[in-house]
Design a protein around this ligand. Structure first.
Ligand SMILES: [Zn+2]
Length: 434
């Protein structure tokens, strides 16, 4: 296991990228060597005719085979590179086509993840002496809450494990324990502020210095805040640093307060952006985010296709870190819509709808049209006098294509989104012929 230290980590992030690449190529070689302990990769790498010693520089990365989410569904256990008795924590990720995928974390993986989050929090400006209210669950086999907790502790800051839910109780903890950092889902952190204001408190004066957020985008593709992001940062009077991670990757990234993409941890992860044919894309061009974690023991994935659309930025950040950054998630590959030659993601529509006063909830339905075009219907609910035509005109002006807009009663919209036995609110209904 590699020894990780904050001081060495800072030095590595302040280095020019060329100086880091030699180290990263060595870490990639070691990672691939270790991955060969997993039967899945023994077969894959043999089929691709690649041995670790063939990896001389990062330019060799695209020669390695890609790993899809479906590979995890179908070959989960053969991706393990350690015996079951070496596993310290079992996390679960929701399977795309079957039961949840088990992700084994060794003690070394947990230490690595702790370091990942320590550096992420450091990048947000959090230091020893800060108090962080973690409004994210630490149980139910989720790894995110545990990762934040470990990162905060590793940094020498104070963690307050308040968990999710109950705005009133969260506000009580904020008043009593005076945290300086809030960690949670944007809409929930906004709910806490709204609850406080409705009860004649002033969240903007609560002394919160930054928000570390997860789960929902607060920035548009051009990095400006979305209406939700603007309301959130105004409500707490502080910046929001968006984090992104995946259980199966055992790796996360987080923005610094400048909000120009999540800083990649150069010793823990390599990122690529690829187009629909799998070709690498350069800086600033949207495509599928492919991540290769480095130094993972239990579940050492290689070139994992996240299914998320994002852009990469390589120029140094004004915060002083030169590590590459990944912009906000712009959509899911599986939810890519084609309308009259234009590519569109549901998230773009949802972000535009945030700008329409009176819209309280919305979802999308998509059906197959002729050729490769999709028929997109936007269902919205909210105040009584919502005008569907007006929303259609707004969407057309901004998207250059015109989806159909249907206004329904808000209760109907909510009922359709919650469904029966659904864990999460559903906002995308795909009726396309496969
Ligand atoms: Zn930065």
């Amino acid at each position: 296991m590699t020894e990780y230290s904050i001081a060495a980590g800072i030095r590595l992030r302040e280095m020019a990228s060329g100086d880091r690449e030699h180290l990263q190529a060595r870490l990639l070689r070691e990672h691939v060597t270790h991955a060969l302990k997993a039967p899945f990769y023994r077969d894959r790498l043999a089929a691709a005719n690649i041995a670790p010693e063939n990896i001389r520089s990062l330019a060799d990365l695209p020669r390695l085979p890609l790993t899809a989410r479906e590979d995890l569904d179908h070959h989960g256990p053969s991706l393990w590179a350690v015996p079951p008795e070496a596993v310290a924590d079992l996390a679960l990720t929701s399977g795309t086509t079957g039961p949840p995928v088990q992700v084994p974390y060794t003690a070394g993986d947990l230490a690595r993840l702790a370091y990942n989050e320590t550096m992420s929090f450091y990048g947000t400006g959090t230091r020893g002496g800060d108090r962080c209210l973690v409004c994210v669950t630490l149980d139910r086999c989720f790894i995110a809450g545990l990762a934040y907790y470990q990162g905060i502790v590793g940094l020498g800051a104070t963690a307050i494990r308040s968990g999710s839910g109950q705005p009133a109780r969260q506000w009580e903890l904020i008043s009593l324990l005076r945290p300086t950092v809030l960690v949670g889902v944007p809409t929930f952190l906004l709910q806490i502020a709204q609850w406080a204001r409705a009860h004649h408190f002033r969240p903007e004066e609560a002394g919160i210095k930054r928000l570390v957020i997860i789960g929902e985008p607060v920035r548009r593709p051009d990095l400006r805040l979305t209406p939700l992001g603007e309301e959130l940062t105004r409500s707490w009077n502080c910046p929001a640093c968006a984090s992104y991670g995946a259980t199966e990757l055992e790796t996360g990234i987080c923005e610094c307060p400048l909000g120009c993409g999540g800083h990649l941890h150069p010793e823990l992860c390599l990122a690529e952006i690829i187009d629909e044919q799998g070709h690498p894309l350069g800086d600033g061009r949207p495509g599928e985010l492919v991540l290769t974690p480095l130094g993972v023991e239990g579940f050492p994935l290689i070139r994992f296709r996240t299914g998320d659309i994002a852009r990469k930025y390589s120029e140094p950040c004004a915060c002083g870190w030169h590590s590459e950054r990944i912009g906000p998630i712009e959509g899911r590959v599986a939810q890519r819509l084609k309308m009259k030659g234009t590519t569109l993601y549901p998230e773009t529509v949802f972000q535009l709808l945030q700008e329409v006063p009176g819209v309280r909830a919305s979802y999308l339905e998509v059906r197959s049209d002729y050729d490769l075009s999709d028929l997109v219907r936007v269902v919205v609910g909210g105040v009584d006098d919502l005008d569907g035509r007006e929303i259609e005109t707004l969407l057309q002006a901004r998207l250059r294509v015109k989806p159909e807009v249907v206004v329904r009663d808000i209760d109907q919209v909510m009922a359709a989104m919650t469904g029966e036995g659904e864990r999460k609110m559903k906002r995308f209904f795909d009726f396309r012929k496969k």
